[in-house]
Design a protein around this ligand. Structure first.
Ligand code: BG6
Length: 471
């Protein structure tokens, strides 16, 4: 196997609320995700205690050989009231984190917004459901660019705008709104796109040498059979779930089929004059991709009623209920793929398919901002974690990234698996782990939070040392 490109960013990723803890320390206030974790799982008060142990964690990153680290900044640490007064302790924390990374030759990749909207802004005007968020978001971005832009070259605007459609728990919609939930989602999406584009434009103005893009959650969509009806369903699902967002980010336009869909379903957002120019002006430099699985769909019949996705949060195999989008598609399982305990279908080739679909269409550099396997890990008596399943998952996915680069000509400039260290999963607490580094705690017992290197840590270390030659 040939090596990966020179200067390929060998990274790993985390997000503030899932890893930091200290959720009310040094001036920080609560975000909507701090409040939304189910009571049976660990809350964000301590998480992996990265806030207090970041130096120890960076020593582990160095030992692992990382050349990049993707992390998010907590808006509520920087601007505890959502806007206005800057919290110096928050700035100090991220300054120390960034300086420590650079001292260890690790490139910081900063996510500006990873689900953690300040509660105050949600209460005041409904967060991203109101255009009032745009100036507040931009003020927050300005603070980040001014404070950290001298050292941070790579920025990610919004994490998984696409998934917020599927997973309403990621955003608090207004229950008493007169608008349908669908309409609220499309309104929110338009406002988020404006916020994203404004952040890109501000970054260009303040930091002309920086690179900025979104972190999009993507799953390629396959038809269940070669029945043209299933193929059409898959193409429509691909537009609805993936291309819709990519067209906005990369071309600054609404896909014609999506305009027709929004008209037909009475969920057209309010597009004010100047909006589309603003979105066009904020075209990103690269696309960050969070990839975990693929999806398979079939056509719907007249008997199929609309149904929301029910996620498997408990890790009980088979408890996912796939969504039905009336008149368009119905989710189904793929008999060719294995799945994890949370029913996520493991599909390494799907990553190559995704990289190709996106790159061949937009020709924009791609950064893999997340990829990984959530699993229940066991700490042995000798303090080891034999996570061969995770090594197998990452190895197969990296092989496909390599093929996309060398055989398909796709430009991928980095790989940031999820996650560097164990952290709170969005749905399943510490039960579902992703890290190269084990954190000794459970959802109910915080213990000493001691860090242990998993087998996957040593495997990834070898991969990085050989620049991907030895997977
Ligand atoms: C992505 C998110 O959706 O997937 C992460 O950006 C999240 O925040 C990751 O942790 C894995 O999902 P989960 O639900 O298994 O934690």
């Amino acid at each position: 196997m040939s090596a990966f490109p020179e200067n390929f960013l060998w990274g790993a990723a985390t997000a503030a609320y899932q890893v930091e803890g200290a959720y009310l320390e040094d001036g920080k206030t609560l975000s909507v995700v701090d409040e939304s974790i189910a009571p049976e799982y660990a809350d964000t008060s301590i998480a992996s205690d990265h806030y207090h142990r970041f130096k120890e964690d960076i020593r582990l990153m160095k030992e692992l050989g990382l050349t990049a680290y993707r992390f998010s900044i907590a808006w509520t640490r920087i601007l505890p009231n959502g806007r206005g007064e800057i919290n110096q302790s928050g700035i100090d924390f991220y300054n120390q984190l960034i300086d420590e990374l650079l001292k260890n030759e690790i490139e910081p990749i900063v996510t500006i917004y990873h689900f953690d909207l300040p509660v105050v802004l949600q209460k005041e005007y409904g967060g991203f459901s109101s255009r009032k968020i745009i100036p507040d978001f931009i003020e927050y971005c300005r603070v980040l660019f001014e404070q950290f832009g001298d050292r941070v070259k790579y920025w990610l605007t919004i994490n998984e705008q696409s998934n917020m459609f599927l997973l309403p728990y990621l955003i608090s919609f207004t229950e008493d709104s007169e608008q349908s939930l669908l309409k609220q989602k499309y309104e929110m999406n338009h406002i988020m796109t404006l916020a994203h584009a404004s952040a890109v434009s501000l970054c260009r103005e303040l930091l002309p040498n920086a690179k900025i893009g979104p972190a999009l959650g993507v799953s390629p969509i396959y038809p269940k059979t070669s029945n043209p009806k299933d193929i059409l369903a898959a193409e429509k699902a691909e537009e609805l779930r993936n291309t819709f967002f990519l067209e906005l980010y990369c071309k600054g336009q609404y896909l014609p089929s999506m305009l027709a869909y929004m008209q037909a379903h009475d969920c057209m957002p309010m597009i004010e004059s100047g909006d589309m120019d603003q979105i066009k002006a904020g075209k990103c430099d690269f696309i960050g991709l969070n990839y975990y699985d693929s999806k398979t769909v079939e056509h719907v019949t007249e008997q199929d009623c609309a149904k929301e996705l029910v996620i498997n949060k408990a890790g009980e195999v088979g408890s996912t209920e796939k969504e039905v989008i009336e008149g368009i598609y119905k989710g189904c399982s793929n008999p060719y793929l294995e799945r994890n305990d949370w029913d996520w279908e493991i599909d390494p080739e799907g990553l190559r398919i995704t990289l190709n679909r996106i790159y061949q269409r937009y020709e924009m550099p791609l950064l893999i901002t997340e990829n990984g396997l959530g699993a229940i890990d066991t700490l042995t008596e000798k303090q080891q974690i034999h996570d061969d399943y995770r090594i197998d998952y990452l190895k197969k996915h990296l092989e496909q990234v390599h093929l996309a680069i060398v055989q398909d000509g796709v430009e991928v400039f980095g790989f940031c698996p999820w996650s560097f260290i164990d952290l709170i999963s969005t749905t399943s607490g510490f039960r579902k782990r992703y890290g190269f580094v084990y954190v000794d705690r459970t959802d109910t017992d915080v213990r000493e939070l001691t860090r242990y290197k998993k087998d996957s840590f040593y495997w990834y270390q070898g991969v990085i040392r050989g620049n991907g030659k030895r997977l």
